[in-house]
Design a protein around this ligand. Structure first.
Ligand code: CTP
Ligand code: MG
Length: 233
């Protein structure tokens, strides 16, 4: 199934506080945006990959991707927007190829595996919409504004991650609808759902698919990446 990949990498990384944009932060000499993109290179279905960069760091992102070879795929860097949703919409607007699916994966998740990618794409091809997710290990509790609290049934709760993937027409419609009704979602699956497009298939990630948000996440991910690379040596 011909697929376009959008990698939102235009955030500033305020919570990481690394003194530069998060996607440019390096682990063992490779920028996060590159680490998050590399697992996709072996996925044959991807014919176009769009990295959405911070407006003021287009050249730096280009530079971080220099030397990456991706046969059969056109790799491009475009400028992002104020919010993640704006950035994804910008990327979506630049898709040039005829594709049936669009996959979205955050530059902040460099641990994604090829197995997870393949299963999310397969689920999206079958159901129209799919997301990677994992099960919480802690107990969950909702805290309301009036101070009352309530437990959440953990067996039904999932932590939503990327990659997510959607039918191309459905995804375009979802972003148009969100813009029209001013719906702001924290992920793309909620936009698709809000336009009544599809039910979202939930695919359990096959390994820790951590998102780098705070400095301690960077330490954990560095260790995990090193362990993985020595394992495959
Ligand atoms: N993102 C984006 N455009 C934005 C904001 C975020 O493309 N205007 C991307 C980020 O680059 C990241 C992903 O969306 O890959 C998830 O966002 P988040 O983890 O919140 O990253 P930041 O917004 O950079 O971090 P912070 O919220 O701490 O500033
Ligand atoms: Mg953010």
């Amino acid at each position: 199934v011909r697929t376009a990949l959008i990698v939102p990498a235009a955030g500033s990384g305020v919570r990481l506080g690394a003194g530069r944009q998060k996607a440019l932060v390096e682990i063992d000499g490779r920028a996060l945006v590159r680490l998050a993109l590399e697992p996709f290179v072996a996925v044959a279905h991807i014919v176009e990959a769009i990295v959405v960069a911070p407006r003021g760091a287009m050249a730096e992102i280009q530079n971080a991707l220099k030397g990456m070879t991706w046969p059969g795929c056109e790799l491009r860097v475009v400028a992002g927007g104020e919010t993640r949703q704006d950035s994804v919409r910008s990327g979506l607007g630049t898709i040039e190829s005829e594709v049936s699916l669009v996959c979205v994966h955050d530059a902040a998740r460099p641990l994604v595996t090829q197995a997870t990618i393949m299963r999310v794409l397969a689920a999206a091809a079958e159901h129209g919409a799919a997301t990677a997710a994992s099960r919480p290990s802690d107990s969950l509790r909702v805290v309301r504004e009036d101070g009352t609290t309530q437990p959440v049934d953990r067996d039904k709760a999932w932590l939503v991650e990327t990659p997510q993937a959607f039918g191309y027409d459905l995804f375009k419609r979802a972003h148009q609808h969100a813009t029209a009704v001013r719906f702001a979602g924290t992920d793309d699956a909620s936009l698709v759902e809000a336009c009544g497009g599809a039910t979202i298939a939930v695919v359990e990630s096959d390994a820790l698919n951590l998102k780098i948000t705070r400095p301690e996440d960077l330490e954990v991910v560095s260790v995990l990446l090193r362990t993985r690379s020595t394992r495959t040596l």
